[in-house]
Structures are given as C-alpha cells and as structure tokens.
Design a protein around this ligand. Structure first.
Ligand SMILES: NC(=O)c1ccc[n+]([C@@H]2O[C@H](COP(=O)([O-])OP(=O)(O)OC[C@H]3O[C@@H](n4cnc5c(N)ncnc54)[C@H](OP(=O)(O)O)[C@@H]3O)[C@@H](O)[C@H]2O)c1
Length: 336
C-alpha cells in the first residue's frame, strides 16, 4: 500500500472509475458537498482503507465546505463550475484535475499545492480502459515565489548565479520525472496514459479521446441501424458492431488506419463500394470539423476571462470583487 493519502473530491462517474482503479493501492478519502453520498459511494464500490471526512461549513454564501488537503494528493472529480464550491485548507502534495476546460493557472488560484496535473480521461475509464492525456507541472503557485527567491541571485557573481540556476533546473526536472511516475501509476488504474508537453494539448485530446467515444457511438448507432435495415435483428446487429469495435481497437495497435483499410478493401470488391459513398458524403471532413468544434468549445471555456466560481449555475454573473478581478461565471451546462 502506498503511503500517500488520496483525497477524491466528487463521487460521480469519473470519481467512481478512478476510485476503483486506486482501490487497495492507496488510503483514500472521499469528499463532496453531501457526505451521505460520499458514504454511499464508499459502500457501493466496497472501497478499502477509505473514509468520508466531515466537511465543515465555514461561510455558506461563498465557501460552503472546507476540506483539509494538507500533504494529500487531491483528485478533483467534480463538475468544472464546482471548483470554487469548496475551501481548500492547507497545501496538497499534488493536485490532479479531470475538470474539462479549467487550466492549471485557474486551479492554482483556488488550491495551494507543490505540483499540478491536468488529466483528460474518457468514459471508458468506467471499465479501466480510458485513453487519458496528462500534463504535469511542478509548483505552479510556488513558481511565483521561486521566481522571487531567485532575485537575490542577481547580486551573486555570474558563475555562482549560473550554477544555482542549473541546480534549480536539475531539481525541477527530477521533481517532474517523479510526478510523471506518480501520474502514470494513478492513471494506469483506469486505462492508458499519454503525457503531453504543452497544457493546450489536453484540450486538443478532446478530439482523439475525450469526446471521441460519443463520435464513435454515433458511428456504432448508424452501423446497428444499417444491420437492421438489411435484415439483422437489432440485438444481433448490436452484438456484431460491438465486437467489431473491440476487434478494430486491437487491430489499430498493430496497423495504421490506412493499412487496416487496405487489408479489408479488395480491388473491385464490396468494401470499396461503401467507402466511395462515405467519401462522397464528406464523412472524413465532417469528423474533423466536429473534433475542431469540440476543442474550440473547451478553449473558449478556458479563456482567461472565463473563470470558475461557486456562483449559481445557469446564470452567468460577474464575481463581486474589485474591478480588475471581475470574472465571468460560466453557465453550468457549458461543461461536460
Ligand atoms: N464523464 C466523462 O466522460 C469525462 C471525461 C473527461 C473529463 N470529465 C470531467 O470529470 C468531471 C466529473 O464528471 P462526471 O462525468 O464524473 O460527472 P457526474 O457523474 O455528473 O459527477 C459530478 C460530480 O460533481 C459534483 N458536483 C456537481 N455540481 C456541484 C456543485 N455545484 N458543488 C459541488 N459539487 C458538485 C457532484 O456532486 P453532487 O452529487 O453532490 O452534486 C458529483 O460528485 C467533470 O469536471 C468533467 O469535465 C468527464
């Protein structure tokens, strides 16, 4: 059993997938705005070494719930707009967030931690088969203070300042490698992970994996209907399509998509007839446009003036702070 405690904030679908992957490997705490739901969640999933600490009411108007994150690994699994529904007490060892469209910079304004990781899992996490992207960042909030600490080095002789900077860079890259190992271990509990070097690419992976299950479900639905249209029962058609998806998933591990098409397409045969219809309908372009639209939506959510708060859902409001701090509150349904 790992010595770290993982605090999962949320008890919905994604929290469930992640908690099952970590069950028995870490001590866990489940928190949310309703402790009863957290307790039910623990019982239903039969989570070992897991508790649901009381969350204390501090100031119901702005921060209804306070949670102790000191020295824990915090996993944010609530809806994106719920980030500010909680007061985070202390400094976490690391914060992992699956919140679509919420940047590390935005998270760091609410939560102190020495490391931040953004994840983009997909719904297949429910069966331990998520295709997840991860972006790791060591000490976003503390970077600012590190920057301040570095200033005195400007007074040092050049070579001394230079070697101090090199030591700091070495130490940061070691911390980053350690963080990646931890992230890999956590993410492998619910699927496979690909690390990206630029946070922007987390949103990009909505195209390939985040939203892709819905795109592919549309294809599956069309194929099931096609089977019914040509005489198969709906049950048989669905079984055949599901197994075809499993088979294609495995084949794609061995062959590129074009090679796969080549292997199925006999010259002058049946498959090329169908492919010609799909190409003339612009299916490939439609998929690319759809993916682009989904990614653009996430980027718009992530825009600097589009921050998350605990304000009422469905009603976009301006947060009541100073003029320079005013932020637009997103409508609840904008987030997945
Ligand atoms: N599902 C996916 O395929 C997928 C993929 C990638 C990323 N994500 C991300 O995963 C996160 C969770 O999604 P999900 O699919 O697990 O959703 P879900 O099953 O609907 O669960 C939502 C969770 O958020 C909490 N919550 C909602 N509104 C809240 C509020 N105002 N204050 C406090 N807590 C609130 C809910 O607690 P209550 O029951 O107490 O409201 C629940 O624990 C989202 O941020 C989403 O962007 C999901």
């Amino acid at each position: 059993m790992n010595s770290d405690t993982i605090l999962i904030l949320g008890y919905g679908a994604m929290a469930s997938a992640i908690a099952q992957g970590l069950n028995g490997k870490y001590s866990m705490e489940i928190c949310g705005r309703d402790r009863r739901k957290a307790l039910d969640f623990i019982a239903k999933l039969d989570l070992q070494n897991t508790t649901a600490p009381e969350s204390k009411s501090v100031d119901f108007a702005s921060n209804p719930h306070a949670i102790n994150i000191q020295d824990k690994i915090l996993l944010l699994c609530v809806k994106p707009y719920a980030l500010a529904s909680f007061a985070y007490l202390g400094q976490a060892k690391a914060v992992y967030s699956v919140l679509a469209g919420i940047s590390i910079e935005q998270i760091a304004t609410h939560i102190h931690a020495t490391a931040y990781v953004r994840l983009m899992p997909n719904i297949a996490a429910l069966h331990g088969l998520s295709a997840t992207t991860a972006f790791c960042s060591v000490g976003t909030a503390s970077m600012i203070s590190a920057q301040e600490k570095r200033e005195p080095h400007m007074d040092l002789p050049d070579s001394q300042a230079c070697s101090t900077a090199v030591e700091q860079t070495d130490s940061l890259s070691q911390q980053l490698e350690q963080l990646k190992r931890q992230a890999q271990e956590i993410c492998q509990g619910f699927g496979e992970v690909v690390f990206v070097e630029n946070e922007r690419l987390i949103d990009s992976s909505i195209a390939t994996s985040g939203s892709a299950p819905a795109f592919l479900a549309l294809v599956a639905q069309a194929l099931v209907d096609s089977g019914v249209m040509v005489g198969l029962s709906r049950v048989d058609s669905r079984t055949l399509v599901a197994q075809t998806f499993v088979g294609v998933g495995e084949l794609l591990r061995h062959y590129g998509p074009q090679e796969l098409i080549d292997r199925v397409t006999t010259p002058g045969g049946t498959t090329i007839e169908g492919l010609a219809v799909l190409e003339s309908s612009g299916v490939r372009g439609a998929f690319m446009q759809a993916a682009k639209a989904s990614v653009a939506k996430a980027s718009a959510t992530n825009a600097p003036n589009h921050s998350c708060t605990s304000a009422q859902p469905h009603a976009p409001t301006i947060q009541n702070t100073t003029d320079s701090q005013k932020t637009l509150v997103p409508k609840e349904p904008n987030h997945e």
